[in-house]
Ligand binder design. Sequence first.
Ligand SMILES: Cc1cc2nc3c(=O)[nH]c(=O)nc-3n(C[C@H](O)[C@H](O)[C@H](O)COP(=O)(O)OP(=O)(O)OC[C@H]3O[C@@H](n4cnc5c(N)ncnc54)[C@H](O)[C@@H]3O)c2cc1C
Ligand code: FES
Length: 283
Amino acid sequence: MSTPFGRRLCEVASNRDSGGYRVVALIDRDGPEPEPGQFYMLAAARGWDSRDGRAFLPRAISVADVNPAAGGGVKLDFLLDAVGPGTGRLCDLGEGEGVWITGPLGNSFASPREVSPVAAGAVLVGGGVGTAPLALLRRRFSERAVPHRVLLGFRDRAHTGGLDLFCGSSGALCPEVRMTTEDGHAGVQGRVTDLLLPILAGDDASSAVVYSCGPPAMLEAIRALCTEHGVPCELALESPMACGFGACFGCAVPKPGGGYLRLCIDGPVLRGDQVEEVSHAYA
Ligand SMILES: Cc1cc2nc3c(=O)[nH]c(=O)nc-3n(C[C@H](O)[C@H](O)[C@H](O)COP(=O)(O)OP(=O)(O)OC[C@H]3O[C@@H](n4cnc5c(N)ncnc54)[C@H](O)[C@@H]3O)c2cc1C
Ligand code: FES
């Protein structure tokens, strides 16, 4: 079991809309800089208990961006979709409010070369709020001059958030980012796998690694397509997490060939061949 970096109280620096999601920034004065794919356990300091249907346990949330904070420490950006009491409360946080955080937790995405010795570039495939960890990964790849393409898929206008984390606040798509929406209101109408398939079928597919995060059905489609085309992939998975650091076994997922992985410490990033099938039990 890995020892998590201690629980500490952080202040909300900002909370802004991002296409139906919220981007909440916290100032972490004492914690280390997280790596792409890692997550934090978050709980609002106020109004976080089991009364009134509110959340009781902290919630696992991926870090979407990190920057130096004025006055020391790091500013952590989290992309949130209000699906229940925990994320709802986090989305309502006001500037200056306190949030208890533990982290960074879990493993991180590997470089293409670490995943496959013949890999030279990356294809990042995100769906919905699952685009969050890929925003930080993309920034790291840009800084390290790793060639990459980004494919993002969204359901509808109300769930097309986080684009600004990839392309800045102008609202325009940057050239290396392509988007699908199921309702066709922006980008190409369809699913993100429609954009991935021609890449996997292309001549240079064997020199790429696919990195993905999103809803379970999308991750399973990507795992199956990558397996079929012999392209390695890393998937950032979700499962219910109570502790976040290996103590409760709440996040256990089956391994191919038997046994279990604890997604909070063995993941959340797993290679495609570490997963038999991405099931809804993972979300
Ligand atoms: C490693 C990891 C990283 C994560 N990163 C993020 C992140 O960056 N941003 C983010 O918003 N969430 C993220 N999540 C998901 C988040 O932790 C869960 O959705 C959490 O359970 C929400 O808590 P809640 O109290 O709001 O809703 P809950 O009470 O847990 O769930 C309320 C209802 O929403 C449904 N639900 C739960 N999760 C989802 C979901 N993901 N999509 C749709 N419906 C859902 C449940 O089935 C239930 O019906 C992450 C989870 C993990 C494990
Ligand atoms: S969340 Fe407790 S062991 Fe993984």
